[in-house]
Design a protein around this ligand. Structure first.
Ligand code: 3PG
Length: 212
């Protein structure tokens, strides 16, 4: 897909539901109840990281059995993982940072790449190639909403998905910024709630996030 299509597809994914749960699956048995709890709370798009051994299989199984969910792969660190994520059926790819290898793969990818950046210089590496949508990571550490306000001057037309350290209480700081496409993080599925199988809390947190 061209990078213009990359941008359009990401905008389409986040047009209606502007929060992105970032999930690390620690137990295989959690895959469906967790996804169903998020769906019940109104979530339609989610990111599953490749940080755990269950990441790729969770993407593949959800793609097959919950086609109403748009499932992307996160924490993709290199070309090998990029390909594995595509093979698993990921509908988009998210990386915590950007490397030449990943940015080049995104130029010719069948699904959109959302490259991670933390500085203007990293953004400009992607910008030069035509990327206009980025993940800001780790958002709360690298300046939060203030850095996004600052980026809106030199980089009009660029929009972000900030993630990293964002809590329910902080979503409101980001969501109304003109250059924010979506807000991502793990706050909708806290580890304790997942471990306890407290799916109703996860649905409720999703609902609250969408109400912001
Ligand atoms: C990510 O990869 O986007 C983050 O690890 C999510 O950050 P959080 O767990 O601090 O929300």
């Amino acid at each position: 897909m061209s990078l213009a299509e990359n941008t359009r597809e990401l905008d389409r994914l986040f047009a209606a539901v502007r929060v992105l749960p970032v999930l690390s699956i620690r137990r295989e048995a959690d895959i469906f109840p967790l996804a169903d709890a998020l769906l019940a709370g109104g979530i339609t798009t989610l990111e599953i990281t490749l940080r755990t051994a269950h990441g790729l299989s969770a993407i593949a199984r959800l793609q097959q059995e919950r086609p109403e969910l748009c499932v992307g792969a996160g924490t993709v660190l290199d070309g090998r993982q990029f390909q594995s994520a595509l093979d698993a059926g990921a509908r988009f790819i998210v990386t915590p940072g950007c490397t030449d290898e990943l940015l080049t793969l995104g130029l010719d990818s069948p699904v959109p790449l959302l490259p991670g950046i933390a500085t203007a210089s990293e953004l400009m590496m992607g910008y030069r190639l035509g990327y206009r949508r980025f993940k800001l990571f780790p958002a709360e550490v690298c300046g939060g909403a203030a850095v996004l306000r600052s980026f809106s001057g030199p980089f009009p037309g660029v929009r972000f998905c900030p993630t990293g350290g964002i809590t329910q209480a902080k979503v409101a700081d980001y969501i109304d910024l003109d250059n924010v496409m979506a807000v991502g993080g793990s706050w909708m599925a806290p580890r304790e709630a997942v471990e306890a199988g407290d799916w109703s809390t996860i649905s409720e947190l999703s609902r609250q996030s969408l109400a912001d």
